[in-house]
Design a binder for this molecule. Structure first.
Ligand code: ADP
Ligand code: MG
Length: 350
């Protein structure tokens, strides 16, 4: 064991935030780290699942052993299979040599299976066996290999929902979900935003060899009010951008993208008809939509507005070249041409 037992309530190394929700995360992480049982990390993208996976490893008795990360969403089924389990020479056309898989590489340590929700059914079966018996075969081999590897898995989707939709095996779900840790979205821990902003300001000031930006209350208020669909990763990106772009040493609101400042039309989260009406009122107030008395029109109006903006902005960034714009948007050139006519965008681009 490391000396972590002396600061049970303290944060984990490199992980920022002292909201009640994060303190619960630290507490659970430390408790889970002590065992070798499988950990399932759940949370939206950018909430810190990878940081916690590493903390589980580092605070565990196997912390001095290997830590191996595999992103299950980044490889197709056959590549992922040989990445995880290895293969023998000749197992498939491009298998020129024997290859050790990541499970073997993680022997005595931890393997972090990121985006586990995107693993195919056949691989889920093979993984289930590793979880049950700690053994598997390399692709193309009959020899059984045993490993002592702690599994930490992460999902950015509600796995139980994936089980209900027949995208994820129920038996595997229960095998993985021994020690669940839930990473709360940033919008639910607004009080951590100050700390995170200052943490990233320091980080990027050091990296860019400049003085840390000062943050006026106005900017902080905007940051606290934003919905953060990309969570901490999104916040980190905006802070880095501000550090690089600032010429005044102050983190002024103008350094934030317009949609964060509430200037862009798209705001998600329509829960009922009233929300849609409120959104339309806001859009009218902002002068980007004409008011309407016809209720049935609301939906179509908002959709058209978003479509118009999307096309207009893409056209502008393609200097008005329609073929390029159509390719970027992934739509047919004739469709694009019709829409440009319909929305009268020719004038706007010129
Ligand atoms: N609590 C936190 N404190 C400091 N940095 C964080 C925190 N949560 C996330 N980050 C940073 O945000 C980015 C995304 O985190 P990551 O762990 O990759 O999220 P996820 O795996 O859930 O998508 C990384 O650069 C990470 O260092
Ligand atoms: Mg991740």
């Amino acid at each position: 064991m490391t000396n972590s037992s002396e600061d049970k309530t303290a944060t984990l190394k490199g992980i920022i935030g002292c909201s009640a929700a994060m303190q619960e995360v630290y507490r659970t992480t430390r408790l889970c780290a002590r065992s070798s049982a499988t950990v399932l990390l759940m949370g939206e993208t950018g909430t810190g699942k990878e940081l916690i996976a590493r903390a589980v490893h580092e605070n565990s008795p196997r912390g001095s052993g290997p830590y191996i990360r595999v992103n299950c969403g980044a490889l197709n089924e056959s590549l992922l299979e040989s990445e995880l389990f290895g293969h023998v020479k000749g197992a498939f056309t491009s298998a020129f040599e024997n290859r050790t898989g990541r499970f073997e590489a993680a022997h005595g340590g931890t393997i972090f299976l990121d985006e586990i929700n995107s693993m195919s059914f056949p691989l889920q079966v093979k993984l289930l066996r590793v979880l049950q018996e700690q053994e598997f075969e390399r692709v193309g081999d009959t020899r059984t290999i045993s490993v002592d590897t702690r599994i930490v898995a992460a999902t950015n989707r509600e796995l139980l929902e994936e089980v209900e939709n027949d995208n994820f095996r129920e038996d595997l779900y229960y095998r993985l979900n021994v020690l669940p840790i839930f990473l709360p979205p940033l919008r639910d821990r607004v009080d951590d935003i100050d700390l995170l902003v200052n943490h990233f300001i320091d980080k990027y000031a050091t990296e860019n060899e400049c003085d840390p930006l000062k943050v006026p209350a106005e900017t902080m208020q905007i940051l606290r009010g934003y919905s953060w669909p990309g969570n901490v990763r999104e916040l980190e990106n905006y802070v880095e951008r501000a550090v690089v772009l600032s010429t005044s040493g102050v983190f002024t609101p103008e350094l934030l993208p317009p949609h964060v400042r509430g200037l862009a039309p798209v705001r998600l989260g329509i829960r009922n008809k009233k929300d849609l009406e409120t959104l339309c009122e806001e859009l009218v107030a902002m002068g980007i939509m004409q008011s309407t008395t016809d209720d049935a029109d609301l939906y179509q109006k908002v959709v058209s507005l978003v479509e118009r903006q999307l096309i207009l902005q893409t056209l502008k960034s393609c200097q008005g070249v329609q073929t390029k714009t159509a390719t970027r948007l992934g739509i047919n050139r004739n469709t694009l041409h019709k829409k440009i006519e319909e929305y009268g965008l020719n004038e706007d681009v010129r």
